[in-house]
Each structure stands twice: as C-alpha cells, then as structure tokens.
Design a protein around this ligand. Sequence first.
Ligand SMILES: [Zn+2]
Length: 182
Amino acid sequence: MAKVVIRNDAFVGLISSCVEVYRKEAFGIVFGYKKGEEYVVKEILPFQTARRGYTSASLKPSKEKALNKILACMSKNSIIGDYHSHPGEVYETLSGEDVYDIVRRKRDYISLLVSIKVASRYQKWKYTKDGLTGTVGKYYFKIKAFEFDYDRASINQIKVECPIISKLNKNYKEINKKTLKD
Ligand SMILES: [Zn+2]
C-alpha cells in the first residue's frame, strides 16, 4: 500500500502556508523522493502565482520542467507533487478541477489536499480513514493525499503519516494553554 510521509519541516511549512493565506486557497509544490511504495515529502514551496479561489490552474508542466532542472543543481530532491488548501467550511474533497489536474499528471505524482477552517475546539492529531486531522492554534486541519493509478485509471486516496504529530500531541496541554492566553 502506497503512503505519504510528511517530514517535520515540510509539515510546518504546509500548515504555515495554509494559515498565511487563509481564507484564500494556498498552493505550492512538494519536494522529496519516492522509495518503493512510499512518498517522502521533505520540503514544500508555496507559490504566489495561480490558485486563488476554488477553480484555477496549477503548475504548468513547462514551469515544472524548468524548476526541476534548477533543483537538480542544488538539491537531491525533486518535485513529487503539489498541495493546495480548501479554506472554510466546505469542500473537504477534490473538486472537478482538482481531479482534472491529477489525471493529467505523470506517474508517481501526489496531490496533498489540506482542508482548513477555524476550529470549534482543540483537538489532538489523529489518523482517520479520511485523512490526518487535528488542530494548531485556532485552526482545524484535515490533510489528505491522492495519487493517480495509471493502470486502473483511478484516483486513490493514500495514507498520510507525519512523525511530528506525536510531538504535537505530547505538548498538547502546553500548546493549548499558550494559545488560550492569546
Ligand atoms: Zn481543490
């Protein structure tokens, strides 16, 4: 079974990026590598262009190619996918445009979807059937990952793991107290 492991730095970047532009839609690319069935996300890069509102273009293949070339000179990582957020109360699942974006991708490409909204209460991070959920500060998140299965021509939701969540949950009470004071 394929899965996505989001390393700590990438997780912090992902959460910050989605909070920064809230209530707009965040978009960016994810870097890392694939080993066997496992995608390892090591870094994320938020994009200033495109993806505002629920329906707009993502990274163009020509731009992606150019970026990969530059990255090859500086980093061992390459582009393995993209991410975007769905802010507010609605759309915790892929839109029609999202599906269109994914199916025109090459093999071994993942899309992360981060639903973000203002939390009604504090909640520890946990893995659910429908993604990784939890709160940071006043925001609630649900992180999902998708990959396109060429052989079956279907989009699969795949498991997301983040090593940082055990640390977040361990410091849960302190984080809670601090945030409540603000
Ligand atoms: Zn979307």
